[in-house]
Design a protein around this ligand. Structure first.
Ligand SMILES: N[C@@H](CCC(=O)N[C@@H](CS)C(=O)NCC(=O)O)C(=O)O
Length: 302
C-alpha cells in the first residue's frame, strides 16, 4: 500500500500536483525568467566575447551577484591597485547572452558574473562571485584579513554563497516573479529569509563589519543582497519582511552605501533605473562622469 503521506490527490488543495514518473520540460511554464530557464547546459549560439585593454575583463550585469565584483574592483582601484583596472562588458541575461559560446567558455554555468584575468601569460577564467572575490583579494593582498579574522571573513563569504539562493531563488522568486502567489512557498522562504536577517543582525550587533573591525570581502559579498533587502530595495519586500526592524543590518548597509567605491560599483553594468545611475559598460574611471545613460546623445529621429 502506498503511504497516504505522499498522496495529494484527495487533499482538497487546488494547487495539488502529482508528479509524473519522469519530469519533462514544459517550455511555457509561465513566470518571469521562464524564457531563459532551461534544463540543459552549454552554448546555444556562437559568439566571441569582446576584450578590452585592461588586465581584468568582466562580463556581468548589475544584479546583486554582479555588483559584488564591481564594488570589489572599484575598492581595489581606490586603494591604488592599478592592476585591478578593468573593462566591464554588459551581459543581458534576459536576452540569453549568457548562452553564447564565448561566455560559456568563461563560465560553463552560464551565469553572470564571469571574470577573465588577463594579467598573466595565459588568461585565467574565474566564475562564481565568491571565487572571484577571493581570487582578487588574494591577488592584491587586501580586503581579506589574516589569522582568526580570515576564518571569520571566509565563513561569512561562504555563508552568503549558501544563503542567498534561499533569498533570490526561493523568496524572491515566489514573492515577486512566480505567475501566481502561493502561500506555502512564500511562508517557507519568508521564514528562512527573516532567520537569515536575524543571523546577520545579531552578528552586526557585535562588530562593525562581518569579519570584525575591518571591512572585507565578506561585507562586499553580503551587502548587495542583504543590505538592499534591509533597505527595502529588493523585491518590494521591505514592509512584508519588516526589514527596517533589523537595525544593525540597516546601520551596516547605510555605512557601506556611503563608500565611494560602493556607489560606483552599483552603477556598472546597470541597465535599468534612473538613466544617471546606469553605466552600461565601464572602460575608464572617467566613464562614471561621461558615459552614464543620461549623458548619451538621444538617438536621431526617423
Ligand atoms: N552562485 C552564482 C550565482 C550567479 C547567478 O545566479 N547569476 C544570475 C544573475 S544574478 C544569472 O546570471 N542568471 C542567468 C541564468 O540563470 O540564466 C554566483 O554567485 O556567481
Amino acid at each position: 500500500m502506498e503511504s497516504p503521506l505522499n498522496d495529494s490527490s484527495d487533499s482538497g488543495d487546488s494547487n495539488a500536483y502529482t508528479p509524473p514518473k519522469v519530469w519533462t520540460w514544459q517550455k511555457a511554464n509561465g513566470g518571469q525568467f521562464a524564457n531563459i530557464n532551461r534544463p540543459v547546459a552549454g552554448a546555444t549560439f556562437e559568439q566571441d566575447l569582446p576584450v578590452g585593454r585592461h588586465p581584468m575583463q568582466l562580463y556581468s550585469l548589475a544584479t546583486p551577484n554582479g555588483v559584488k565584483v564591481t564594488v570589489m574592483l572599484e575598492e581595489l582601484l581606490a586603494l591604488g591597485h592599478s592592476g585591478a583596472e578593468y573593462d566591464a562588458w554588459l551581459i543581458r541575461i534576459s536576452e540569453g547572452q549568457q548562452f553564447g559560446s564565448g561566455f560559456v567558455a568563461a563560465n560553463p554555468n552560464s551565469k553572470i558574473p564571469a571574470l577573465v584575468d588577463r594579467s598573466g601569460p595565459q588568461p585565467v577564467r574565474v566564475f562564481e562571485s565568491g571565487a572571484i572575490l577571493l581570487h582578487l583579494a588574494e591577488k592584491f593582498g587586501t580586503l581579506l584579513p589574516s589569522g582568526a579574522a580570515r576564518a571569520e571573513a571566509l565563513s561569512w563569504l561562504f555563508w552568503q554563497m549558501g544563503s542567498a539562493p534561499y533569498l533570490g531563488g526561493g523568496f524572491g522568486h515566489f514573492f515577486a516573479y512566480a505567475p501566481s502567489k502561493m502561500q506555502y512557498p512564500i511562508d517557507r522562504f519568508a521564514m528562512e529569509v527573516k532567520r537569515q536577517l536575524d543571523v546577520l543582525d545579531q552578528r552586526l550587533a557585535q562588530s562593525a563589519y562581518l569579519a570584525g573591525d575591518d571591512y572585507s570581502i565578506a561585507d562586499i559579498a553580503v551587502w548587495p543582497w542583504y543590505g538592499a533587502l534591509a533597505k527595502g530595495q529588493l523585491y518590494g519586500a521591505g514592509e512584508f519582511l519588516d526589514a527596517a526592524s533589523y537595525t544593525h543590518v540597516v546601520r551596516w548597509a547605510d555605512q557601506i552605501a556611503q563608500r565611494p567605491a560602493a556607489k560606483r560599483g552599483r552603477m556598472v553594468n546597470r541597465a535599468w533605473g534612473p538613466p544617471e545611475t546606469q553605466l552600461h559598460e565601464r572602460h575608464e574611471a572617467s566613464d562614471f562622469d561621461s558615459q552614464t545613460e543620461d549623458k548619451k546623445p538621444a538617438p536621431a529621429a526617423g
